[in-house]
Design a protein around this ligand. Structure first.
Ligand SMILES: Cc1cc2nc3c(=O)[nH]c(=O)nc-3n(C[C@H](O)[C@H](O)[C@H](O)COP(=O)(O)O)c2cc1C
Length: 173
């Protein structure tokens, strides 16, 4: 199984990238982890699209999704919503195909340092999934990230979160 994973954030120290990277170790397969910084493009505008077409980064992102058997995504939450970096990549890619995720099975996660666990953005992702070709098999919000995860080892330290994450990721099997 070819698994494509990414944290929906452009932070160099993204906790969502750390979480999703760990999640990929709980499932066997051929894993590729993307960094959204490799897909940075000008802010989407219809004028730019008309003038210059769709940037290669969006085409590459779309092709990587197309080549994957399953997706693991962890959404960072900015002001209750997607990060601008993710939304921009998504908007450009949606100009190729509004079903950006091409019907691929996915597990979606979200985490934040606070008690909300980025559940607002996870709700948005879950609700929009049927319209964007994202076949969500399971989702999980992890609250209070820094109390549940050790960034130095890149591992979950809380047994309840570990169990929940294993259960969630197993939905891709
Ligand atoms: C502009 C901005 C807005 C934020 N808004 C939220 C929010 O609405 N909810 C939340 O739980 N955390 C919020 N945070 C804190 C993020 O959850 C935190 O920065 C987290 O590390 C982001 O994930 P990342 O490290 O994967 O980028 C916000 C952070 C920034 C910089």
């Amino acid at each position: 199984m070819k698994i494509l994973a990414f944290g929906a954030s452009n932070s160099q120290n993204s906790i969502n990238k750390a979480l999703v990277t760990y999640a990929t170790t709980l499932i066997s397969g051929d894993v590729e982890i993307l960094d959204l910084n490799d897909f940075e493009m000008p802010i989407f505008s219809q004028d730019r699209e008309q003038a210059n077409g769709i940037p290669n980064e969006a085409k590459q992102f779309y092709a990587k999704i197309g080549a994957a058997d399953a997706l693991l995504i962890s959404f960072a939450e900015h002001n209750g919503n997607f990060t601008a970096a993710y939304k921009n990549l998504f908007d450009w890619t949606s100009r190729i195909d509004h079903k950006v995720y091409q019907g691929k099975p996915a597990v979606i996660l979200a985490t934040s340092p606070g008690s909300g666990g980025a559940s607002s953005v996870l709700g948005i992702a879950n609700r929009s999934a049927p319209y964007i070709g994202l076949d969500v098999k399971a989702s999980l919000s992890v609250a209070s990230f820094y109390n549940k995860f050790d960034l130095a080892t890149g591992r979950v330290t809380d047994s309840e979160v570990q169990q929940a994450l294993e259960h969630t990721v197993n939905a891709l099997k």
